[in-house]
Design a protein around this ligand. Structure first.
Ligand SMILES: Cc1ncc(C[n+]2csc(CCOP(=O)(O)OP(=O)(O)O)c2C)c(N)n1
Ligand code: SF4
Ligand SMILES: [Mg+2]
Length: 351
């Protein structure tokens, strides 16, 4: 058996969302990951975000590559579409699916090995094309599934469980995503549900390429002294740029009016995201400033978390390609084969 089904029984008084669904309707099979794995906490935040947004599960397509992280879609959204692809190939499969049916919400789940090593090129091209998706990297700095080799996001100088020191420079996927034009870029920590859940909600509502790097300690191979992706290290070096409260365009989901410097962002589709800024001169709409902020804090050994960049106006691959509004997989024969007269006209235009 490759997964354990959860019993269907649940308490009749479980809270329901606008659609009448409970949390249980957004869960998947019982996780087979190591107890305490950060990836399971990310799954919990994804379940919470989709429940709170009242998304009908059949409107979501979850896609992944290979790794412990890429196994997680089995453990959430059991009633959604899913495709577990090949190592590092999730972005191209997601791009194809998105082009064929633009009506679904695409959730790409990957690991640091899956996206920063074998799938680095695929990651880069999906981001630079502006595919409308939520791209989540569950980043533990190791290849967890294959027993803890350093991944390309492991910091130079960090130590493996066996005491080996990493001599390679690290790839910061957040920096790369900013440089490649992602229109929503954020980083969080698996153990910070309060920050992570609203970020996932905002990323889902964002129209365009939304990238979310989530530091997710691997309790089996990367949660010891010397690791820069361990719980303790991240807690000590975390620099949060803002606190995010998310309000959907349909109905307020969570409101927190505690004193502080609050900035409300108007999203492309009319929804709003409110940020509580900790740093008074941090501007989430300034890509260049975000890049320099990131580098500046990385040089000080600080991991910046929060919403680093959100474009005020964004567009996606369908806008770039000028595709029709109707999903391509729903076009009928008449629309697909307009007849020989139309073909003659096209041919004449090419002469
Ligand atoms: C083409 C190919 N090469 C190598 C592997 C072996 N392999 C499986 S998972 C993995 C790394 C996974 O690391 P990551 O994406 O960081 O996921 P994690 O397990 O850490 O969550 C590798 C190298 C494979 N399955 N397919
Ligand atoms: S090996 Fe690491 S990444 Fe994989 S399930 Fe265990 S703790 Fe999680
Ligand atoms: Mg990994």
């Amino acid at each position: 058996m490759t997964y354990l089904a959860k019993p269907k029984f649940h308490h009749p008084q479980l809270p329901k969302n606008e659609l009448g669904y409970t949390h249980r309707d957004y869960e998947g099979a019982v996780s087979t990951l190591c107890a305490g794995c950060g990836h399971d906490s990310i799954s919990a935040s994804i379940i919470e975000a989709c429940f709170e947004l009242s998304i009908a599960p059949h409107r979501i397509a979850k896609l992944s590559g290979i790794g412990c992280s890429s196994k997680t879609p089995t453990y959430f959204l059991g009633n959604s579409h899913g495709f577990n692809s090949v190592h590092g190939r999730m972005p191209s499969v997601l791009t194809g699916a998105n082009l064929a049916n633009r009506d679904l919400i695409y959730l790409g789940v990957s690991g640091d090995g899956d996206s920063a090593s074998i799938g680095f090129g695929q990651f880069a091209h999906a981001i630079r094309r502006g595919v409308n998706m939520v791209y989540v990297v569950e980043n533990n700095g190791v290849y967890g599934l294959t027993k803890g080799q350093f991944s390309a996001t492991a910091d130079r100088g960090s130590k493996s469980k066996r005491g080996v020191v990493n001599t390679d420079n690290a790839i910061d996927l957040v920096g790369i995503a900013l440089q490649l034009g992602a229109t929503f870029v954020a980083r969080s920590f698996s153990g910070d549900k309060k920050q992570l859940t609203p970020l996932i909600k905002a990323a889902i509502e964002h129209q365009g390429a939304a990238f979310l790097d989530v530091i997710s300690p691997c309790v089996a191979f990367n949660n010891h002294a010397g690791s820069t992706k361990s719980f303790d290290y991240v807690r000590e070096h975390n620099e949060a740029v803002n606190r995010l409260d998310f309000f959907s365009g349909r109905a307020p989901i969570k409101v927190d009016y505690a004193p502080g410097n609050v900035e409300t962002i108007q999203m492309h589709d009319g929804t709003t995201v409110a940020l509580r800024k900790l740093d008074s001169d941090y501007d989430v709409h300034d890509r260049l400033a975000a890049m320099s902020f990131l580098q500046h804090h990385a040089a000080k050994g600080q991991i910046v978390t929060g919403l680093l960049y959100a474009a005020s106006e964004s567009e996606d691959l369908h806008d770039h390609l000028n595709t029709v509004e109707v999903p391509l997989n729903a076009l009928n024969e008449k629309e697909l084969c307009p007849g020989s007269a139309a073909l003659d006209k096209i041919n004449a235009g090419l002469r």
